[in-house]
Design a protein around this ligand. Structure first.
Ligand code: TXA
Ligand code: MG
Length: 322
């Protein structure tokens, strides 16, 4: 099964990207790398292709998708971006920031993709393969993370093949994702408030510096509250149970370390660098899930809850939720 599915992985050469763009245009599903995680892409205007994305992921239909476009101008065709949104987009696009804004009246995106909401999440990714695919397909591409719903997000092509197998028409392999955590999601659909829906590598501080304070419930340092349909508490879960803030290793456990700790099977970052840890997080959890088959649980060293550590702890806490 795994060997068969891996046949769909192709190195993201020019010709493979050109083929991928044709597949998107004909309503097929293509997994592709972004700087955050791999996305499962489909033409966001095509109801049937979008229905296939939900079904392949096993994703609840109430959980809307992020629409990826190649430029701010193309985003402006789809959603109303106010001065705050334009300031953020100007600073962080292309890059790991998703903005939720109001759909334009004649927006061509399938209502299925946005779960029937009047708002829509948009992002201009930075990865050269993602941009090439968007430009060549000339389509807005809906792309959730390319994993079964609720599971670890993929940061390598092999993770996509392992999670989704043959239900994806092509997996473009662009190597490991640089950031390794999903984009920061900010809701600007209300002109009177800005709300952090998902923490990511673009920090609250960086956003606040540009557009001022975020709405009250999101000024907390811990993980963001569940205010979006997709902000489910249990998410990003490895197969094995997670035990967080572990200072010792219990019988039967493997340790995913951070910093100079003893006995770690894998270490997110020996030099306690949060950016390195975020890049490694999902792939090391995936490795421990697959390699440490006799382990009863994955213990994880404490990660400081500041800067990028907020997003890392957010993913770990959701992954550990029963
Ligand atoms: O980094 C990323 O964002 C990756 C790459 C592939 O771009 N994509 C990704 O998509 O993480 P996904 O579907 O796994 O997460 C999108 C999140 C979901 O939690 C969803 O609920 C939220 O964005 N979202 C999408 N549209 C929304 C909307 N209109 N209002 C509120 N939340 C929305
Ligand atoms: Mg996801």
């Amino acid at each position: 099964m795994r060997i068969l599915s891996s046949l769909r992985i192709e190195c993201a050469t020019e010709s493979a990207i050109a083929r991928a763009a044709l597949l998107i245009q004909s309503g097929k599903l293509v997994a592709f790398p972004t700087e955050t995680v791999y996305g499962l892409g489909a033409d966001a205007r095509n109801d049937q292709a979008i229905a296939a994305v939900f079904s392949v992921k096993g994703r609840p239909r109430f959980n809307p998708l992020i629409i990826h476009v190649a430029s701010i101008e193309l985003a402006l065709d789809l959603v109303e971006l106010d001065a705050r949104a334009l300031a953020l987009a100007g600073q962080f696009w292309p890059g790991p920031l998703t903005i939720v804004a109001r759909r334009r009246r004649f927006c061509p995106i399938s209502p299925l993709a946005t779960a029937g909401l009047e708002t829509m999440a948009v992002r201009v990714p930075e990865h050269s393969v993602a941009i090439a695919l968007l430009e060549q397909s000339r389509a807005p591409v809906a792309a959730p993370s390319a994993n079964r719903s609720g599971r670890l997000s993929p940061t390598m092509a092999i993770h996509v093949a392992d999670s989704l197998g043959e239900s994806v028409d092509l997996i473009l392999d662009g190597g490991p994702c640089r950031i390794g955590l999903e984009s920061t999601v900010i809701d600007l659909s209300n002109p009177h408030s800005a709300t952090l829906l998902r923490s990511g590598s673009i920090t609250v501080e960086a956003i606040v510096n540009l557009i001022g304070p975020l709405s009250e419930k999101n000024n907390k340092d811990t993980c963001c509250p569940i205010i979006a349909p997709g902000m489910l508490v249990k998410h990003y879960a490895p197969i094995r149970p997670l035990r967080l803030n572990a200072k010792t290793i219990l019988l039967g456990e493997v340790l995913l370390g951070f910093g100079r700790v003893q006995g770690a099977t894998l270490n997110l970052s020996l030099r306690a660098d949060l950016a390195e840890a975020s890049t490694n997080l999902f792939s090391m959890l995936w490795e421990l899930d697959h390699l440490a088959v006799t382990a009863t649980a994955i213990a994880v060293s404490p990660i400081p809850a500041c800067g990028l550590g907020i997003a890392i702890n957010d993913r770990l806490q959701r992954g550990a939720t029963n």
